[in-house]
Design a protein. Structure first.
Lengths: 262, 518
């Protein structure tokens, strides 16, 4: 009789509940920083309050608008936005090529209901595919939010300086930009839905087009805690707000923990 | 009395059993001719942790058994070839077999419990075939023409005829009811579909054949072996007869149109398809059926050397079976836009797969304080997405029970989507603030160069590394997928602030990029 194999061994060399700092034991490669910060247990994180009025997440991403998000931690914030819409009982969709590298275990950990998350894999290198898929979905009026992941493979320049395989989901440029954004804007207003675009642009750069209503520039940095361990501080700065509703508000601040081991 | 006269005397009681044993395995052998000579197995899914469902004789001889994990089977039999066989593929082959057997009798009934069994009423066919022997040989020839092996048994009582078929290869004509019962009694219990627990109990009791089981007192069977086995025994009683239920096979509905002169303009092609589609839908309406699936085949102009080009074919499945043309034309338009036509089209063929039309259901809106969303509208939208980008593009994530990150999930094509349950986000406030950052994962880990000290080298350079966290496969997986994996995972903070997810592969003594924290 053949018995089921025992699940593979996962042996963290560091204990997550160990006190503040510990050194990396050998056989870590030479030259690696020996001091480590530890991942927090869920519930340990705290929110740094804004100095002025702090907006709710969905207020920052209003319905009936095209919202562009650029900078670090885009996928994390995008997942959080979709989870907030799902919490209202509305299905959501994520449009990206397969090379975007979506990692469903982390999306589930971020609070997304995977059974209610539609993922549309658009062809690589076709700038019209993403907006076309977004239009087909939004026209149904059946989704609360659609996220168009235009960041390309890994959402960042290549780790080794080379460009990895997988094309960026480019969006149409020039006059075509206004055309597809205009169509989508009308549909968003008609169906009271949200379109979030994860943009490959840099925070200091230009927005994707004139009809982008809100542009959020994200930054993410590690913050060491006095009592040990660390969190990741994700700051969202509004760099464009056509309606003016968000002006005068403090940059939204979120505190997140890294994935296991980070 | 000669054989044909004897056959004629009992004609009204006859039934023929066509049994194709291990049907999924035979389908696999047919669909993968290059795997000839290799041990074969049918698995539930094409992944290492999937269960083995059926094995060939050569695979069984090597120690592979149903119920094993695929990875374990591979470690035992390195030459094993395995793949899943979908229920749809099985249904396609059954339909093909039934269609072929209709040439031998107008009364053909696919068995509802056993996918490998088809019942045929040979009554009235003696005038064509002169004897049941010849008729059965023709039926067996049909199996061979479909590259299937199996048995054709002509008998009287279904369960007994099936039992004989399970212990037979080729053709057998049962001479009498007594002959049928005698042969059925010799069938080993292992060839019959009894509950596994019952098999074990019967084996313990020393019962090996159907006859030995049928000889037990009926009351004892119910008490000692359970109601399911009791019903199994009852079905083998000579008086137990199931009326023949012929499966209605709607005639295929096809339409062809020549395009003269040849054309590749999408709008004009759509116009041609529209006309043919209306005719198809009218034919469906006459039968009170809806359009389940529409298959379109485009024949292309030959090239300059008069070499025929491969046809372009695709299938479209509307969100709901019906007879409305506009939604179907919308799907056709989306697919035509996405198609690349290497040459002009000379002929269009449409094939309609009928389906029954279901009633619509009331949709109750859900969600607190949110706009109600129509699930039916979403289903229609998904069918348009599939038409535009292909069935494999519209997916939902499914988490898998596998530890390598690149194998811990898969994308499952979907036609509908669940509505999420509304929840009080405010109450989850503190938990939401502790949600983790998410990672992006490379479909195939990317090698990283190392510097002279053995550290991974990136541009900009790595400032800090956190880890390692080891993932290691078990000692039992010596060969095959997942064997010998030892990975030390790290998080590497780069000079530009990017947080990379990397690992050092001990087996290959190299660094790889698994993904990035975004």
């Amino acid at each position: 009789m053949f018995s089921h194999p025992i699940p593979p061994v996962l042996r963290p060399i560091r204990l997550l509940s160990a006190p503040a700092r510990a050194t990396v034991p050998s056989p870590a490669p030479a030259g690696v920083d020996g001091s480590l910060a530890l991942a927090l247990r869920p519930g340990d994180a705290e929110v740094v309050p804004g100095r002025e009025r702090a907006l709710g997440l969905l207020e920052t991403v209003p319905s009936g608008r095209i919202v562009e998000i650029c900078g670090r931690a885009r996928a994390s914030v995008g997942a959080h936005i979709l989870a907030a819409v799902q919490a209202r009982g509305e299905p959501v969709a994520w449009i990206a090529p397969r090379s975007a590298g979506l990692f469903p275990p982390d999306l589930a950990a971020a609070g997304l209901d995977l059974d209610a998350l539609l993922v549309v894999h658009v062809p690589e290198g076709d700038p019209r595919a993403g907006p076309k898929a977004a239009e087909l979905l939004l026209r149904t009026g059946a989704l609360g939010a659609v996220l168009l992941d235009a960041t390309g493979a890994l959402g960042a320049p290549s780790a080794s300086g080379r460009r990895e395989a997988g094309a960026v989901v480019r969006t149409p440029s020039g006059s075509a930009t206004t055309a597809w954004q205009g169509r989508l804007l009308g549909i968003l207003r008609e169906h009271d839905a949200r379109l979030v675009i994860l943009s490959p642009g840099e925070p200091a750069g230009e927005s994707l087009g004139p009809l982008v209503s809100v542009r959020l520039a994200l930054s993410c940095r590690r913050v060491e805690r006095a009592e040990g361990g660390h969190v990741f501080e994700v700051r969202a700065r509004v760099t464009k707000d056509k309606s003016g509703a968000l002006s005068g508000s403090a940059p939204r601040l979120e505190v997140r923990r890294g994935p296991l081991g980070a | 009395m000669d054989r044909s006269a004897r056959d004629g005397a009992a004609a009204s009681l006859r039934i023929a059993c066509i049994d194709v044993p291990a049907l999924p395995l035979q389908i696999l052998r047919r669909d993968r001719p290059t795997w000839a000579g290799h041990p074969l197995a049918v698995v539930a899914e094409d992944r290492p942790q999937a269960s083995v469902l059926a094995v060939s004789k050569s695979a069984r001889a090597l120690g592979v058994r149903p119920g094993m994990r695929y990875a374990a089977a591979l470690s035992i039999a390195r030459e094993l070839r395995a793949a899943p066989v979908s229920p749809r593929r099985i249904a396609e082959l059954r339909a093909e077999l039934v269609g072929a057997l209709l040439r031998l009798s107008p009364r053909v009934e696919p068995d509802r419990e056993h996918a490998s069994v088809v019942w045929v009423d040979p009554t009235g066919m003696l005038a064509l075939f002169e004897s049941y022997e010849r008729w059965a040989q023709s039926a067996h020839g049909i199996l061979e023409s479909l590259d299937l092996t199996g048995a054709v048994v002509v008998g009287w009582q279904r369960a007994l005829t099936l039992a004989v078929a399970r212990g037979t290869r080729g053709v057998r004509i049962l001479e009498s009811a007594a002959d049928e019962r005698a042969r059925a009694s010799r069938t080993p219990l292992g060839k019959l579909e009894l509950p596994l627990a019952a098999h074990e109990t019967l084996h313990t009791l020393g019962l090996r054949t159907l006859g030995e089981l049928l000889a037990l007192p009926r009351d004892e069977i119910a008490v000692r072996l359970g109601p399911e086995v009791a019903r199994f025994v009852d079905r083998h009683a000579p008086v137990h007869r199931t009326p023949f239920e012929v499966a209605p096979l709607p005639d295929p509905i096809e339409m062809e149109a020549d395009i003269d002169p040849p054309d590749d303009d999408r709008a004009r092609l759509l116009f041609c398809i529209k006309g043919a589609l209306h005719a198809l839908l009218s034919a469906l309406a006459a039968r009170r059926l809806g359009l389940g699936t529409l298959r379109i085949v485009l024949a292309l102009e030959r090239d300059v050397g008069l070499v025929p080009r491969p046809e372009v074919a695709f299938e479209l499945t509307p969100a709901r079976a019906g007879r409305d043309a506009p939604p179907v034309l919308e799907l056709v338009r989306l697919r035509l836009e996405a198609l690349t036509l290497p040459a002009r089209v000379v002929r269009i063929a449409l094939f309609a797969v009928p389906s029954t039309i279901e009633g619509t259901q009331l949709v109750l809106s859900a969600g607190t304080g949110a706009r109600s969303r129509d699930p039916d509208a979403l289903t229609r939208g998904l069918s348009r997405l599939r038409a535009a980008f292909g069935d494999e593009a519209v997916t939902r994530a499914q988490l898998m029970d596998a530890w390598p990150p690149e194998a811990s999930f898969r994308w499952e094509p979907v036609r509908t989507l669940s509505t999420p349950a509304a929840r009080d986000a405010a109450a989850e406030g503190s938990a939401a603030q502790a949600t983790p950052l998410v990672r992006r994962v490379l479909l195939e880990p990317c090698p990283l160069p190392a510097d002279t000290s053995g550290r991974p080298r990136t541009v900009p350079p790595i400032l800090r590394m956190t880890g390692p966290y080891r993932l290691q496969s078990g000692w039992w997986a010596k060969t095959g997928w997942g064997a010998g994996i030892v990975r030390d995972y790290w998080y590497a903070e780069r000079g530009d602030g990017a947080l990379l997810w990397i690992f050092h592969d001990a087996a290959r003594s190299a660094w790889f990029l698994q993904g990035i924290v975004d």
